[in-house]
Design a protein around this ligand. Structure first.
Ligand SMILES: [Zn+2]
Length: 327
């Protein structure tokens, strides 16, 4: 893909099932301006392409630059893609996007070339380029949320496997015979540490009749407990919340240990909503890693919280475009 090498800015796009966000980004990774709109995921390919173009134009219109100053666009989205061809092979959020071309119609609209990538991989590249993974030789990222995404950056490049469908470290089996996972198998890290698994863990403890701040925080209906409430209660010393994070941290720690034993990385970055629980979650992760990672593979490896928060997607997309100009 030939990008405009003399242009100084790029655009990062984060396409999700609900919103699409675009940002004009400079070469230092600073966001100059943003656009955001609904992704209208259920209305078909052409409608969503139109929404992406709207978000891109909003971002450019809100900035001091014009489309002529944009070297390229990089976009992360859920699913499996062929990044160089600009094709989406499958997406959990965009039904029917099976083998569809997405980069070319957007390029036709805005006159700027576009690359795409899987959102977890793109977020990992963002953390590598501008966040907690800066300077790493081998960086692994876990993104904790509704599911558990993962990304791998080796020598500055996203590594996605032969079919661009890896790495899926959320589907490492960490407890054989454990609970059923969204993938249909049993005992995956995702089945044990995704958002709903964390909430269920806390609710089961509370249903044993033990006192917990989660009752007050959820309006006395444990169905409404959120990871943020668990983090807050843990910070206030709530035993059930602390246990919940300790057990969740243990499983994440097993997944991180497996990644360390396989890849010998220098940085493991952990992001996503529940990662904001801080040390209450990271302390058990690190303890588990110290016990379960092999000694040599662990040397020089840091386990760190992600730094970019919600900006990992747009900055990762920007980093993908910047890598093409600088290549
Ligand atoms: Zn699974």
């Amino acid at each position: 893909m030939e990008l405009k090498r003399n242009a100084k800015y790029v655009i990062g796009v984060d396409l999700g099932g609900t919103n699409v966000r675009a940002a004009v980004v400079d070469q230092a990774g600073d966001i100059i301006s943003e656009g955001r709109t609904d992704s209208r995921a259920m209305e078909g390919l052409n409608v969503t392409i139109g929404q992406i173009v709207i978000a891109i134009r909003q971002a450019v219109d809100g900035s001091p630059v014009t489309m002529d100053n944009i070297a390229g666009v990089g976009m992360g989205m859920p699913g499996t893609v062929k990044s160089q061809e600009g094709m989406v092979m499958w997406s959990p959020n965009f039904l029917g996007w099976d083998g569809v071309q997405i980069s070319q119609p957007i390029r036709d609209e805005i006159g700027v070339p576009m690359l795409i990538g899987n959102d977890a991989n793109v977020a990992a590249l963002g953390e590598y380029a501008f966040g907690a993974g800066r300077g790493a030789k081998c960086m692994v990222m876990f993104t904790l949320g509704t599911g558990i995404g993962s990304g791998l950056v080796i020598d500055g490049k996203i590594w996605t496997g032969v079919n661009e469908s890896g790495p899926e470290m959320g589907h490492h089996i960490v407890l054989a015979d454990g609970p059923r996972c969204s993938c249909g198998r049993y005992g995956c890290l995702e089945a044990l540490a995704r958002r709903d698994a964390i909430i269920d863990r806390a609710a089961r403890k509370a249903h044993q009749g033990r006192a917990t701040l989660l009752l007050d925080k959820s309006g006395h209906d444990l169905r409404y407990v959120t990871p943020a409430m668990i983090a807050e209660a843990a910070a206030e010393g709530d035993e059930i919340a602390i246990e919940t994070l300790r057990e969740t941290g243990y499983y994440i720690g097993i997944g991180v240990s497996n990644a360390i034993n396989m890849l010998n990385p220098d940085k493991v970055v952990i992001g996503g909503g529940i990662a904001q629980a801080g040390e209450q979650l990271f302390a058990p992760i690190r303890t588990t890693v110290e016990v379960n990672a092999l000694y040599q593979q662990l040397q020089g490896c840091e386990v760190l919280a992600a730094e970019l928060g919600d900006n990992a997607g747009v900055l990762g997309g920007a980093a993908m475009a910047l890598q093409q100009i600088q290549a």
